[in-house]
Design a protein around this ligand. Structure first.
Ligand code: THU
Length: 140
């Protein structure tokens, strides 16, 4: 399980990344901060589109940025999402983002830190969020 200091640091970075969210359609702004095994942190926000379909979640923005910079293994991700009438809830990653996480992360050890605007959070492993996932091993 990710240490409290590390989780707090990632949540802070996710809150900062949320400031850059481009969400004029849903008004639901999301930020993410992804910790690589190397120790580097890669942030992301949701980026919506007038055609809706091309929209990208904060988590995938962070993963695609990191992978495109050469990172391949990861320890944890913090996610903070909130709309305009937020009640302090935690935002869980969507199914597509969970599948992207499964491509690069160990389901037993990768921690998903789901936080609210106050910086409170809960943590679940990827395996808890996406059991029995389809992956590279299924294609052998
Ligand atoms: N969204 C994320 O960025 N991450 C999540 O974990 C849930 C949903 C985005 C997608 C869309 O831009 C907006 O939040 C509303 O669904």
């Amino acid at each position: 399980m990710v240490q409290k200091e590390t989780a707090d640091r990632l949540v802070k970075r996710a809150l900062e990344a949320r400031e850059n969210a481009y969400a004029p359609y849903s008004r639901f702004r999301v930020g993410a901060a992804l910790l690589a095994e190397s120790g580097s942190v890669h942030t992301g926000c949701n980026i919506e589109n007038a055609a809706y379909g091309p929209s990208n979640c904060a988590e995938r923005t962070a993963f695609f940025k990191a992978v495109s910079e050469g990172e391949r293994s990861f320890q944890a991700i913090a996610v903070v999402g909130a709309g305009e009438t937020d009640q302090g809830q935690y935002t869980a990653p969507c199914g597509v983002c969970r599948q992207v996480m499964a491509e690069f992360c160990d389901p037993e050890t990768f921690d998903v830190i789901m936080a609210n605007l106050a910086g409170e959070y809960c943590v679940k492993t990827l395996g808890e969020l996406l059991p029995d996932s389809f992956g590279a091993a299924d294609l052998k």
